[in-house]
Structure formats: structure tokens, C-alpha cells
Design a protein around this ligand. Structure first.
Ligand code: FES
Ligand code: FES
Length: 151
């Protein structure tokens, strides 16, 4: 089945099997920032944006991407680096395994919510798991990042 979609603004047309998952399609095009964790919709590591909204690429069929805009970290490198600086300042990263999906979700939240409360931030991020940190450093980094964006 042929699909036609855009990844970071670049158009791709290709044949996929009915059960090809989006993460495999994206990685086959060279966007290796998108990583596998649980593959069961639980960890958030494989998060990409579809038309600006976070989705789990491990449990989304490539066919569902047909006609849509997909964004990975490679497409928002500057913003990702900026947020990464806030994470580093707050000592919010340990092994860094969760970071690719986490950063995508934070950036989607920044674009979607205006002045989110702590509760709203936690709700938005509840699908992105981190096994190392306890989340307090990330929360501080997000608040500082959002504060800076609203100045
Ligand atoms: S790898 Fe997709 S949610 Fe864990
Ligand atoms: S920093 Fe290790 S899983 Fe998040």
C-alpha cells in the first residue's frame, strides 16, 4: 500500500505493509532520534509529533501517517537544544534514555498550552516515563523553559 507523508518538511512516498508501524517507517528514512523502549504504548520514548500533536510511533500504523506532517527531533533541533540546556542546568538528566520522547512532548505542550499549571504539566507528561530521576529536575527545567518563553 502506498503512503505519502512529510517528515520534518520532506516528502516521502513509499510502499508499506498493512502492519508496518510508524517508528519503523520513520527510522527507515534515517531519522534515528526516534527510539524504541517498551513497544507497548507505556514509556513515551518513541514520541513524535503528527500535525503538531504528540503520538506514540511504536503503536501507530505507518498507514495512519498518510497525508500527515510528522516531526522528529531532527526537525526541531534548535528548540530541542534550547530545552536540553534547561535540563542540564537543573541536573535533570541521568542516563538520558528517556530524553528524545520527553523533549518532543515538552515542546508539543509548550505550543499547545498557555501558562500551564504544575498539574497540567504533569498530566501532559504522564505518558513519558523516566526510570532514573524522580521527575523533580525535569519539572524545574520545564517551568524555567516556559517562563523564558513567556517573557
Ligand atoms: S516505545 Fe512506544 S511507548 Fe514505549
Ligand atoms: S534519565 Fe534515565 S530514564 Fe530518564
Amino acid at each position: 500500500m502506498e503512503i505519502n507523508l512529510w517528515i520534518n518538511g520532506k516528502e516521502f512516498k513509499d510502499d508499506v505493509l498493512p502492519d508496518t508501524v510508524l517508528i519503523d517507517f520513520i527510522r527507515s528514512k534515517g531519522f534515528y532520534s526516534v527510539k524504541r523502549g517498551c513497544e507497548t504504548s507505556n514509556c513515551g520514548l518513541c514520541t513524535v509529533l503528527m500535525d503538531g500533536k504528540p503520538i506514540l510511533s511504536c503503536s501507530t500504523l505507518a498507514l495512519r501517517g498518510n497525508g500527515h506532517d510528522i516531526t522528529t527531533i531532527e526537525g526541531i533541533e534548535e528548540e530541542a537544544l534550547e530545552f536540553g540546556g534547561f535540563m542540564a542546568d537543573q541536573g535533570a538528566e541521568q542516563c538520558g534514555f528517556c530524553s528524545p520522547g520527553f523533549i518532543m512532548t515538552v515542546i508539543a505542550m509548550k505550543n499547545e498550552l498557555t501558562n500551564p499549571s504544575e498539574e497540567e504539566i504533569k498530566n501532559y507528561l504522564n505518558g513519558n516515563l523516566c526510570r532514573c530521576t524522580g521527575y523533580m529536575g525535569q519539572l524545574r527545567a520545564i517551568k524555567k523553559y516556559l517562563e523564558k518563553g513567556s517573557k
